[in-house]
Design a protein around this ligand. Structure first.
Ligand SMILES: *Cc1c(COP(=O)(O)O)cnc(C)c1O
Length: 370
């Protein structure tokens, strides 16, 4: 699904030198590499504050902690996504409220979102799934109307941008009150282990999140609030400093691969290729097809026999996950998400796909899906 080894080979000299620098400096936590990466990332995103943290899940948790919510407060998030969002909401004693998604975009449905807002709702966590931004114009308007915080889960969308109808253009994660991303190795900007970051233009929230990520300390050993221990390692910052310079090129490579796939599958009426929305760029963290009347398990086996990996992101929506059984939800409540879980398939997508591989993959898919 990914080829991190070939990607590394192209930047090995620079990355190795950066890692060696950290080792020589023995400054493994905080230190100059963190400062450099933080500033580079702020400049890239055109955002006031980037707070590097331990991983994307922690980024979401720290963001929610900074809002000062109380047990019982409701946080709305889509049911078709990775588990992290609902997980941190539940861990903090807040109430996750799940909503359905749009069939075309895989992203949170504005209609479903509208219906889910109550007097207890405090925040919305849209997920920019598979690398395309959710309908931020609609979401931010609803949030403003109802006085809600918006925390963007940009773990899959780093490198993408969104344009509002008045022409203003923003990087993903920089439109709501807070944005969160992950540097998990297979993400679009991945490091060599776990890593993550939080973005905000709000000074007060930034100060609070810096403190929370470091035990609630502003002055050392003065703990002003309950925090966590979640920092990005300097070695990871050294890797990211190099890879950030290549991020736009990495996105372009993914887009080129997606274009190849789209063209190859265009004539097949059993394959629905990803819809590209006009307001957002798509950086294809995943290239996800919807199959119409196709034996998906059979296709996955057929491809596996030919040495081609394919994955189902995601097979089970959050409201049907065992750990999240909840009297409020049952099968059938979110028909779009449930339908997607049954028909989606993701093909290999990374920065190193060449035309020979793409031809082999598409040819193989089309042999099975006639
Ligand atoms: C990867 C991911 C996360 C979690 O990031 P980690 O760094 O693995 O903790 C959260 N949300 C989404 C949508 C993700 O894809």
């Amino acid at each position: 699904m990914v080829d991190l080894r070939s990607q590394y080979d192209k930047i090995k000299t620079e990355v190795d030198a950066g890692i060696q620098e950290v080792i020589d400096s023995a400054s493994f936590i905080k230190g100059e590499k963190i400062n450099i990466f933080q500033r580079d990332m702020e400049a890239y995103l055109n955002v006031k504050h980037v707070i590097p943290v331990g991983n994307g899940t922690d980024a979401l948790q720290i963001a929610l902690m900074a809002l000062g919510l109380k047990p019982g407060d409701e946080v709305i998030t889509p049911t078709f996504t990775f588990i992290a969002t609902a997980e941190v909401v539940a861990l903090l004693g807040l109430t996750p409220v799940l909503v359905d998604v749009d069939f075309d975009t895989f992203n949170i449905s504005l209609e479903s979102l509208k219906k889910a807002i109550t007097s207890k709702t405090k925040a919305i966590v849209p997920v920019h799934l598979f690398g395309q931004n959710a309908d931020m114009e609609g979401i931010l308007a609803l949030a403003k109307e109802n006085n809600l915080y918006v925390i963007e889960d940009a773990c899959q969308s780093i490198g993408s941008s969104y344009t509002f109808s008045d022409g203003r253009k923003f990087h993903t994660g920089c439109m709501g009150d807070i944005g969160c991303t992950s540097f998990f190795p297979s993400k679009n900007l991945g490091c060599f282990g776990d890593g993550g970051a939080i973005f905000t233009n709000n000074d007060a929230l930034a100060a609070k999140m810096w403190a929370i990520s470091n035990h609630g300390m502003v002055v050392r050993y003065h703990n002003d609030e309950v925090g966590v221990n979640s920092r990005l390692d300097s070695i990871q910052a050294a890797v990211l400093e190099v890879k950030l310079k290549h991020l736009d090129e990495y996105c372009a490579n993914r887009q080129a691969a997606a274009k190849y796939y789209n063209t190859a599958f265009a004539g097949n009426n059993k394959i629905i290729t990803p819809m590209q929305m006009p307001d957002s760029t798509h950086v294809f963290h995943q290239y996800t097809l919807k199959l119409v009347d196709v034996d998906r398990a059979g296709l996955i086996r057929y491809l596996a026999d030919k040495g081609i990996p394919a994955m189902v992101y995601y097979p089970i929506p959050l409201h049907l996950q065992k750990a999240y059984q909840d009297a409020r939800y049952k099968a059938g409540d979110f028909p779009v998400a449930e339908k997607l879980c049954d028909c989606v398939i993701s093909l290999p997508m990374h920065t190193e796909l060449d035309s020979e591989q793409l031809e082999y993959i598409t040819k193989s898919v089309l042999e099975f899906v006639r």
